[in-house]
Design a protein. Structure first.
Length: 333
């Protein structure tokens, strides 16, 4: 039985999905070579295609919902590519660049960003600045805590200690196997904070914690980042800056708070076994997510499990000082 513990917020009809697949397959601009031109093509599609209308109406209503109360948007039956290449595990990004001929998944992620009023960004140290990133196993990073891991990924928010933290993490599933128990895991900050005692919350507000920069940023090699700064875990009263098993307390009380927080995360988590066409938008500052692995019955399929994602901000203006000169989306780090 496929595990799906998040409620479905929206489902595309088969007619809508098929029409959008055809329209997106007709776009020949390669987003990995000319992202801004690709973004323009999708903007024109959003403005004119009637099969986007119902989704646009849903997203406009969704904007009026508190992201703190409901930090996840789960959508089914989304358009994805009719033909997906087989990628190797040695250098899957290079394989994708060489073999992927259509850009339906990328188009849907950009379409969602346009409809939701979000701005996708990329990082010079992650896939050399690609906006569209793969959650796909890479042999040299199989044991890492990154989107290239073969194994589990502990609870985190993306780029938890980076100087530009995305507001949204949007994930679209392309290939999975129901025989394998691999779950994307979710925790809403509101559920965690409601379960923690007052003393633990007070300690989490102290600047007594350290989280290293994420694996991909450190291994990307384009920009030297040095040591991340010490920080509080609980900021702005509702945000959790935390990476399970990487964030450490620098005092005894902070270490105990990390343990208590970790226990609480697993007590209130929800899990989804993502299937092709499933999409989730995650409010990155108001929740944590990860990947759990149970029984794997098909190891070959595990190595081909593929999702594609973007990390988005609500507005680019606050981050302009960190952009590569001349870019409207590429972070210098």
């Amino acid at each position: 039985m496929t595990c799906r513990e998040l409620p479905v917020d929206f489902s595309f009809t088969d007619t809508e999905r098929s029409a959008l697949v055809r329209r997106l397959e007709s776009i020949r601009v390669n987003p990995y070579k000319a992202y801004e031109a690709f973004r323009h093509e999708i903007c024109m599609l959003v403005a004119s295609d009637p099969h986007v209308a119902r989704f646009r109406d849903f997203m406009e209503a969704r904007r009026r919902v508190s992201a703190y109360e409901r930090p996840f948007v789960f959508v089914e039956n989304c358009p994805i590519d009719s033909v997906l290449p087989e990628l190797g595990n040695v250098d899957p990004v290079a394989d994708k660049h060489a073999k992927k001929r259509s850009f339906v998944a990328e188009g849907f992620l950009q379409l969602h960003a346009d409809v939701a009023g979000e701005h996708p960004i990329s990082y010079l140290n992650v896939n050399d600045g690609d906006v569209f990133q793969d959650i796909f196993p890479k042999a040299s990073l199989s044991d890492s805590q990154s989107q290239k891991a073969l194994g589990p990924i502990h609870f985190h928010k993306d780029l938890a200690n980076h100087f530009v933290r995305p507001d949204l993490v949007n994930i679209l599933s392309l290939r999975s196997c129901d025989d394998n128990e691999i779950w994307t895991t979710f925790v809403a900050n509101r559920d965690v904070l409601a379960a923690l005692d007052r003393n633990t919350l007070a300690v989490l507000r102290e600047g007594a914690f350290y989280t290293p920069f994420d694996d991909l940023s450190m291994m990307g090699g384009n920009v030297a980042l040095g040591r991340a700064a010490d920080h509080a875990v609980l900021t702005r009263e509702v945000e959790l800056r935390f990476f399970e098993k990487r964030t450490e307390g620098l005092t005894d009380s902070a270490s105990r708070a990390v343990q208590r927080l970790t226990e609480t995360l697993h007590a209130v988590k929800r899990r989804v076994q993502m299937r092709p066409g499933d999409f989730v938008s995650i409010a990155n500052n108001l929740s944590l997510h990860g990947k759990e692995i149970g029984t794997v019955r098909n190891e070959a399929a595990q190595r081909q499990r593929w999702s594609i994602k973007t990390v988005n901000v609500h507005a680019i203006a606050p981050h302009v000082p960190h952009l590569v000169p001349g870019s409207s989306y590429l972070i210098n780090g």
